[in-house]
Ligand binder design. Sequence first.
Ligand code: C2E
Ligand code: CA
Ligand code: CA
Ligand code: CA
Length: 277
Amino acid sequence: LAKESRNTYRFYSDIASRKNLEDIRLQYDLQHALSGGQLSIYYQPKYDVKSHHIVGSEALLRWNHPELGMISPARFIPLAEDSGLINEIGEWILESVCDQIAAWQQNGIYHCVSVNLSVRQFQNGNLVDVVRNALQASEIKTNLLELEITESIAMDIDKVLGTLIELNRLGVIISIDDFGTGYSSLSYLSKLPVHKLKIDRSFIRDLMSDQSDAAIVSTIVSLAHNMQLKVIAEGVESEEQLKMLDNYRCDEVQGYYFSKPLPLSEFELMLEPANKY
Ligand code: C2E
Ligand code: CA
Ligand code: CA
Ligand code: CA
C-alpha cells in the first residue's frame, strides 16, 4: 500500500471501529433499557386537513439513556432489530398503547393510535398472537389500533400477506408508511388488505419548490382515493404545505406545523372534549 492509501485505510478503519464500539455499547445497554424504565412513548397528533381536528396519533419510541441522554429511535431501532430485542420492545409498545387507548376509552375518548412495526416482528411468527392478546387484554375497539408497516415490508408480498390478512381480520387499521420510497411496481397494493397510505416526508419537504415532488404527491393522493384508501402526509412543517395538501385533497396531515411528538402528559392536554364522540 502507498503511504497515503495506508493512512486513508487506517483513518476509515478507526472510524469504523469507533462506531462499532458505540453500537456494541448501545446494544448492550438497550438490553436493560426496557426493564429499567428508560423507554417511553411519545405521541404525535394527526390532523384532518380541512377541520384541523385531531383524528389520531402516532406512537413513537424514545430512549432516555442514563448517561447519554435522549437517543433517537432512528439510532437504536436498527440495533434492537439486529439483536432481536425489537420483538420484546415491539410487544411492550403494543400492550402499552392498547392500555392507553383503553384508559381514554373509559373516559369516552375514542382516540386511534398507530404503532410502527419492524420487519423482524413479521419474521418472528407470533405477531398476530401479540396483537390479538393486546386487543383482548385492553378490551379496546379494535379499529382504535392502527399498524404502520413500511412500504419495503409491504412489497415483500409472499412473506407478509398471510399475516396482514390475519391482522386485518382482527379489525385493526393497517397503513403503509414511507409510501413512495420503494421505487417498486405498485401491483402489490391491490393484493394487500390495507386502509391507508402515508406519503413519505421526503416528498413533502420540498413540496413548494420541487414540481416533480408535487406531481408525485398529487398522484399518490389520486391513486389512494381511486383504491378507496385514505391518505396522510407526514413531515408537514408549514402552512403553505398544508394548503397545498388540502388542494390535492389529501385527507390527513402530521408534522411539526401542528405539533412535534409529545410525552403523554403534554399530549393528553390536547385531547379535548371536541375529540369525544
Ligand atoms: P417514521 O415512522 O417515519 O416516523 C416519523 C418520524 O418523523 C418521527 O421521527 C417523527 O418525530 C418525525 N417527524 C414528525 N413530524 C416531522 C416534521 O414535521 N419534520 C421532521 N423533520 N420530522 C418529523 P422519530 O420519532 O425520530 O422516529 C424515527 C423512526 O424510528 C420512525 O420513522 C420509525 O421508523 C422508527 N420508530 C419509532 N418508534 C418506533 C417503534 O415503536 N417501533 C418501530 N419498529 N420503529 C419505530
Ligand atoms: Ca411511522
Ligand atoms: Ca414515515
Ligand atoms: Ca420515515
